[in-house]
Design a protein around this ligand. Structure first.
Ligand code: NAP
Length: 481
């Protein structure tokens, strides 16, 4: 007899039981189990790919009005249920309720955006260099797309991959992160009632170590869209190269936030706290390196530590919580290890870094700030992915720009300055895919491209109209007149 609800996989339009189930545990309260979620086997995965393949011929030729209506209905329902789903997200992943509702709203708006994009896909008609011939350039769906997502944005990242995949006529096999199947299941349940034919969209929950390779290597899968860590991403790219699949990877960051002497101090502190510690620092766009010029350095350190003392770390669902728990024990241990490592390599811990006790047992951590760190320290080279930031002190703008780019990653970069000259120069010379002037490095719009350079991203950009680069393939047709 099960006391917690069981959630099955969606394969070929049927809700199918898993061979086993895993409990989904609230990181704010380890005694709170959201439900049990199916663990798929390689055979389940194969069934999902077969279902998607079978559905592709009809879906890829379906009318754009039907696709637009379905995506619009999905977006409408997500937005109507944003409070409920936002609370679920907070309970499952540990973002605060406000952040959870914000993420769900983003997911709803993404479906609405791509509902419109169904109607806007255009081609080109160009004259041939040869007389009497016409040339048409059109975009067609890629086929069956495997979508693999991380745990830190359990609603928005699936949305920004699934919505364009469906809008452009692809079929989907979706594998969410094992830590956060709850949001994925709710999203799948909404999609299953949207009028999209059986098999077009399939949800296969389970561990990457079990169904990751079978999905990536499946001959029935044409393309893989992945967001997650660099290590897993690089491995997937190798596998896709061997089987000649199209692949798109969004991976980690070590995003710099530059603060120049002429910055507005209060604004610089606020945006640094926002991007380093909100969402518990668990954002690929979080700024974990604060690069501060020496003229403002003492005031900045004093002001940011004072601001950090006001942050309320607590239960993600409680009103007034600024920073929710870390999402898992493994991540908490990694965060604490990096705080120790930063100190062992010469950094000074000036705030936080300790595990906190709250009314319920959870993975609570005080946001940590280290000063006196240098670019070569591991804490400044490797992604921590928690509420941990370090400060690098530099002489002036040129050194700040050099240090901002002195990283194997290139996702997002920010500068706080009142100088138009430096802001303009930084926008052009930053080696990041996204640049922010007087704004946090995290926090982006849903209708414009998202992605990075260097070790952060591989393949075409996600989101906005740029999503069609990955989710469509170009055909050039010649017509003799
Ligand atoms: P992860 O460990 O790389 O996992 C990402 C996804 O890959 C999960 O669904 C995981 O499944 C799956 N996976 C694991 N091994 C696999 C394999 N061998 N084959 C196929 N799939 C496999 O990353 P994470 O810890 O979930 O997420 C944090 C990372 O994501 C950070 O590095 C962060 O910067 C990055 N991220 C990047 C962006 C961006 O847009 N650039 C956005 C958000 C997050 P399991 O959960 O079952 O292991």
């Amino acid at each position: 007899m099960h006391t917690t609800p069981r959630h099955d996989n969606l394969i070929g339009g049927q809700w199918l039981a898993g061979g086993s189930y895993t409990p989904n545990i609230n990181p704010s309260n380890l005694a709170d189990v959201l439900g049990e979620y199916a663990q798929a086997s390689a055979a389940d995965l194969d069934a999902a790919v077969q279902a998607a393949r079978a559905a592709f011929p009809v879906w890829s030729m379906s009318g754009i009005q039907a696709r637009a209506d379905a995506l619009d209905a999905i977006g409408t329902e997500i937005l109507a249920r944003r409070d409920e789903l936002g609370a679920l997200l907070a309970r499952e992943e540990g973002k605060t309720r406000v952040e959870g509702v914000g993420e769900v709203s983003r997911a709803g708006n993404i479906f609405k955006f791509f509902a419109g994009e169904c109607l806007r896909l255009a081609g080109e008609v160009v004259p041939s260099v040869r007389p009497g011939i016409g040339v048409e350039i059109t975009r067609e769906p890629v086929g069956v797309v495997g979508i693999i997502t991380p745990w830190n944005f359990p609603m928005a990242i699936p949305a920004w991959k699934i919505a364009p995949a469906l809008a452009y006529g692809n079929c989907v096999v979706f594998k969410p992160a094992d830590l956060v199947p709850g949001c994925a299941w709710e999203l799948a349940e909404i999609i299953s009632r949207s009028g999209i034919p059986a098999g077009v969209f399939n949800l296969v929950m389970g561990r990457g170590s079990v169904i990751g390779d079978p999905l990536v290597n499946h001959p029935g899968v044409d393309a893989i869209s992945f967001t997650g860590s660099q290590g897993v991403g690089a491995r997937i790219a190798q596998q896709c190269a061997l089987s000649l699949k199209k692949v798109q990877l969004e991976m980690g960051g070590k995003n710099p936030q530059v603060i120049l002497d002429d910055a507005n101090l209060a604004q610089a502190v606020e945006l640094s706290v926002q991007s380093a510690f909100y969402s518990t620092g668990q954002r690929c766009t979080a700024s974990s390196r604060l690069i501060v010029t020496e003229g403002i350095y003492p005031q900045f350190v004093a002001a940011i530590t004072a601001r950090m003392a006001t942050l309320k770390v607590g239960d993600a669902l409680e009103a007034g919580t600024d920073i929710g728990p870390v999402s898992s024990l493994a991540q908490l241990e990694q965060d604490m290890r990096y705080v120790e490592l930063g100190q062992a390599q010469g950094g000074q811990l000036v705030a936080g870094g300790d595990r906190l006790q709250r009314a319920t047992e959870g993975f609570y951590m005080a946001p940590a700030l280290l000063t006196d760190t240098t670019a070569d320290m591991r804490i400044n080279r490797e992604e921590v992915f928690g509420p941990v930031a370090s400060i690098i002190r530099v002489k002036g703008y040129d050194e700040a720009l050099f240090e901002a780019n002195n990283t194997p990653f290139g996702l997002s970069a920010g500068i706080a300055t009142t100088s138009l000259k430096h802001a303009t120069h930084f926008k052009r010379h930053s080696q990041a895919g996204m640049v922010m002037v007087n704004l946090p490095t995290a926090g982006v719009d849903y209708h414009v491209p998202f992605g990075g350079r260097k070790g952060s991203s591989y393949g075409p950009r996600e989101q906005g109209r740029y999503a069609q680069e990955f989710f469509t393939t170009v055909k050039t047709a010649y017509i003799g007149i």
